[in-house]
Design a protein around this ligand. Structure first.
Ligand code: NAD
Ligand code: IPM
Ligand code: MN
Length: 365
């Protein structure tokens, strides 16, 4: 029996609801595949603020660092929205990413045949889309200095941030992106704003430089405004996209909607070494929190990415993905992906159907 330790960070809003489903899925797949998980649940975000007064307690970071992988729900909520910067739930998440040094965030957006009609795009546009956003996660404007509040020469209050990338940060994310493209369809599109921003000019130069090591990969460049447009015009032109922290944040939310819902998109955040961080790309959805309405599949699929990328448990990872497809094939839909003819279920019930599918106790009708 293999043994792995997993840090669970439920967080806020729908976080605990979706993590509970993903934990059950991991536990069940473990029992079927002779894998033993020990789970350690730790506070992060708003719930940590309420509990101990900081958004990332040092016990939470060290537990995460000492485990084999970390699965996070989501953080944030109205209650803490007006907190000072260092006391925001979001600051805790950024500290966690920084603390785990997970600079490469993989966000796959795949249109499942079962969900083509859940997309707001026309069927012929959405059908068959299978792209991967490789988002730089520990640099750029999220972390750049100087940053802060001040006053300008007119005595008016200003807020400012700095978009900054060092060459090594671009090089290492570019390599991950080229490697990712190599395992996919061999196409990489680097998205930047090199017509305006120095950080993007360096980005493009470094990506071109790294490209010389990957002559088999078809590299293209696109400005981010055009990329946002092309993603809804003709998303099938994309295979792998590599971009900076903030553009990747925005474009991956946009890409999620091609697939039907942000409630479907998982992610893996990886570093050079050490435990990876796995989380759905969505937030804490305070508008539906506590109502058993959340789609847990993004988190279940994040657990599958955890099995694949952090533990190398490909078979278990595939079984979870297949179970998600099976539950969809059997007609179950949470509200965000529901339409007439399907069975509307809540978060818990969707979780139970996924468990049945993992178990193989049901078969598509
Ligand atoms: P959000 O992703 O939480 O929600 C956007 C919309 O999508 C909402 O209408 C929500 O109900 C819906 N939605 C999101 N996930 C869903 C799911 N699994 N199933 C069904 N519907 C879902 O984004 P927001 O409203 O801009 O942010 C809310 C809070 O979450 C903020 O505090 C924000 O900072 C935080 N946030 C956290 C993360 C994270 O933890 N990684 C990511 C994004 C936003
Ligand atoms: C995400 C979120 C975070 C980000 C926030 C909550 C800090 O939007 O994980 O996509 O911007 O990275
Ligand atoms: Mn985001």
């Amino acid at each position: 029996v293999k043994h792995y330790s997993i840090t669970l960070l439920p967080g806020d809003g729908i976080g605990p609801e979706v993590i509970s489903v993903a934990k059950n899925a991991l536990q069940l797949i473990g029992s079927l595949e002779a894998i033993e998980f020990s789970f350690k649940e730790m506070p992060v975000g708003g719930s940590a603020l309420d509990l101990v007064g900081v958004p990332l307690p040092k016990e939470t970071l060290s537990a995460a660092q000492e485990s084999d992988a970390v699965l996070l729900g989501a953080i944030g909520g109205y209650k803490w929205d007006n907190n000072e910067k260092h006391l925001k739930p979001e600051t805790g998440l950024l500290q966690l990413r920084e603390g785990l040094k997970v600079f490469a965030n993989l966000r796959p957006a795949t249109v499942l045949p079962q969900l083509v009609d859940a997309s707001t795009l026309k069927k012929e546009v959405a059908e068959g889309v299978d792209l991967m956003v490789v988002r730089e996660l520990t640099g750029g404007i999220y972390f750049g200095k100087p940053r802060g509040f001040s006053t300008n020469e007119n005595g008016e209050e200003i807020g400012y941030n700095t978009e900054v990338y060092a060459a090594y940060e671009i090089d290492r994310i570019a390599r991950i992106a080229f490697e990712t493209a190599r395992k996919r369809r061999g196409k990489l599109c680097s998205v930047d704003k090199a017509n305006v921003l120095e950080a993007s000019m360096l980005w493009r130069r470094r990506v071109c430089e790294i490209a010389t090591d990957y002559p088999d990969i078809e590299l293209s460049h696109m400005y981010v405004d055009n990329a946002a447009m092309q993603l809804v015009r003709n998303p099938k032109q994309f295979d792998t996209i590599v971009t900076n922290n903030i553009f990747g944040d925005i474009l991956s939310d946009e890409a999620s909607m091609i697939t039907g819902s942000i409630g479907m998109l998982p992610s893996a955040s990886l570093g050079e070494s050490g435990p990876g961080l796995f989380e759905p790309i969505h937030g804490s959805a305070p508008d539906i929190a506590g109502q058993d309405k959340a789609n847990p599949l993004a988190t279940v699929l994040s657990a599958s990415m955890l099995l694949r990328y952090a533990l190398g448990e490909e078979k278990a990872a595939k079984r979870i993905e297949d179970a998600v497809l099976d539950a969809l094939n059997r007609g179950y839909r949470t509200g965000d992906i529901h339409s007439t003819g399907y069975t509307l279920v809540g978060c818990k019930e969707m979780g139970e159907e996924v468990l049945k599918s993992i178990d193989g106790k049901v078969h598509a009708a």
